[in-house]
Design a protein around this ligand. Structure first.
Ligand code: AHM
Ligand code: MG
Length: 339
């Protein structure tokens, strides 16, 4: 079906649903509920800079309560929308240690894992932040969902995406038939298709990594980044570095402009030997998006992120994600023996 710029996200979801005659509309319903949560969070994010001012003038927080932190607000907002939506049986959040049940009588056939507000340390400085989500079909047969329903490979995701709260709010998602980007028009509260069929450039000119950790990296990571720096991009000049420190923002820029993002393991973080990013809430959903857009995501031992069997809800994983050629190049380096 034609994906014309300007159609609403509800229209697009209905169109995709109609391509699957067996579809019950539950995935559409679930995505719509997530979108509502995203709009609520977006409105709150836009007010973030005013919270103190309004608080002081008594317009908010009349009880004298502390203004809720935005990441907590985002987490609560998504949980509230999800627990009674009727489409999921269990959820997992980067902010919660264990699984999160749904309300009795509202069990559905999907699961959702989310990072409610990724990059939240950047809120105070107006840098883009985002909500990442990952949807699987449940495996268990009981009434409530269980931990194993969430511990599924990225390859088995039925939908994934993110909402980025930036200069505009955008929803980028995939249900396995390409990647679609919608921009929120805040004056009418609707997402309109602005980026149909997103394809990540196969080769790029940018790399994104926290280079301050270079001295702690394994040899292969250092060699790879040095190689990028030495390389001529189309015979003109070497790669440029772009690092925001907010994964959704770094990923989104690379998705549109091309680039490779790395968060490798290092020798210093003995408490985080696998790097910092979470498989279920960050790496796997973005890996599905990037692969659907023509890119790739691997770990620093060359495994495809989507093929990793999760064993823990908060499992971390080294992540190299982005344009196909740069990730393939990384795989070559990481395949070498001298780590
Ligand atoms: P968060 O989920 O607690 O916000 O942490 C994840 C964030 C990512 O958005 C970003 O890529 C990374 O942390 C930046 O980490 P660092 O400051 O080590 O470069
Ligand atoms: Mg995060």
């Amino acid at each position: 079906m034609a994906k014309r710029k300007g159609i609403t996200v509800s229209r697009q979801l209905m169109d995709s649903q109609m391509l699957h005659p067996e579809a019950t509309g539950e995935l559409t319903g679930l995505l719509n509920e997530l979108i509502v949560a995203g709009k609520i969070i977006s409105a709150e994010v836009n007010m973030a800079g005013l919270a103190d001012i309004l608080g002081q003038s008594g317009k908010t927080n009349i009880q004298g309560e502390e203004v809720q932190k935005l990441d907590e607000f985002a987490n609560q907002t998504i949980k509230r929308r999800m627990e009674q939506c009727g489409y999921i049986c269990v959820m997992g959040s980067e902010e919660d240690e264990g699984i999160i049940p749904v309300l009795d009588g509202y069990e559905g056939k999907y699961t959702v894992a989310f990072d409610p507000l990724d990059g939240s340390s950047n809120i105070d400085v107006n840098v883009s932040i985002g909500t990442i989500f990952a949807i699987h079909k449940r495996k268990s047969k009981g009434k409530q969902g269980v931990r194993d329903d969430l511990l599924q490979k990225g390859r088995d995701l039925v939908a994934a995406g993110y909402i980025i709260y930036g200069s505009s709010t955008m929803l980028v998602y995939t249900t396995g038939d390409g990647v679609h980007g919608f921009t929120l028009d805040p004056s009418v509260g609707e997402f309109f298709l602005s980026h149909p069929e997103i394809r990540i450039p196969e080769r790029s000119q940018y790399y994104s990594v926290n280079e301050a950790y270079a001295k702690y990296w394994h040899r292969n990571t250092r060699d790879y980044i040095d190689h990028l720096k030495d390389l001529d991009y189309r015979g003109e000049r070497s790669y440029s570095l772009r690092y925001i420190g907010s994964l959704v923002a770094d990923f989104h820029r690379n998705l549109i402009k091309g680039g490779v993002f790395l968060y490798a393991r290092d020798n210093k973080c003995t408490d985080k030997p696998e790097g910092k990013l979470r498989l279920l809430y960050e790496a796997a959903p973005l890996a599905m998006v990037v692969e659907q857009a023509g890119g790739m995501a691997v770990t620093d031992d060359g495994r495809n992120i989507l093929d990793i069997e999760p064993t823990d809800l908060h499992q971390r994983v080294p992540l190299i994600i982005g344009s196909k050629e740069e990730v393939a190049m990384a795989k070559e380096y990481f395949g070498r023996s001298s780590t």
